[in-house]
Design a binder for this molecule. Sequence first.
Ligand SMILES: N[C@@H](CCC(=O)N[C@@H](CS)C(=O)NCC(=O)O)C(=O)O
Length: 211
Amino acid sequence: MIDVYYWPTKNAHKVTMMLEETGLGYNLVPVNLGSGDHFKPDFLKISPNNRLPAIVDNEPTDGGEPVSVFESGAILVYLAERTGRLLPTDMRQRTVVLEWLCWQVSGLGPTVMQQEHFAHYASERIDYAVARFNAETRRLYAVLDRQLATRPFVAGDEFSIADIAIYPWIVPWLDDPQCFAVFANVKRWFEVVGQRRATRAAYARADTFAA
Ligand SMILES: N[C@@H](CCC(=O)N[C@@H](CS)C(=O)NCC(=O)O)C(=O)O
């Protein structure tokens, strides 16, 4: 059984999507971000960066002590290697998956986070920051759209952990009427991933939490 330190956030959705895809048994351990649970000392032992998600694998394949993993990208790679799913062993295909996984965790995720912060939550309006992160988000969407123009999934013909990493970061833009009109390839891909049984199951689990 895998314990998932969880609150219904974009990075945590990646983990439940992956667990639903692979069929590994898991248990959600709520970490209420609104109450500051992520600063409690016990959680810091697992996730020293004070952030969700994190997992503890109580039955690692080497038969040893439980393994804890923080950072959503590292968790996806860990689970892919544990199950032999959604991360190709072929060197060339694997490299493409890891490129796009890194693109999400280092680029799309932090940029969308800042875009949302300055557009909706900042205590003062800073037009320069709003414009900068809106423009960079749009640029990243255009990059993704170009990638998806010639292949069904982000890294090629097969669904992979790269698709899982990116999907939750597209969801907030459903509210933007312009977005999917401009990025037709992202729209097509988003609908396909959203219809997967595992995606629906992961988001159904999230709906049982009060965000
Ligand atoms: N690079 C980290 C980012 C994790 C992250 O920012 N998690 C958010 C939830 S999606 C969080 O824990 N936020 C708490 C806070 O900002 O205090 C990852 O990919 O796991």
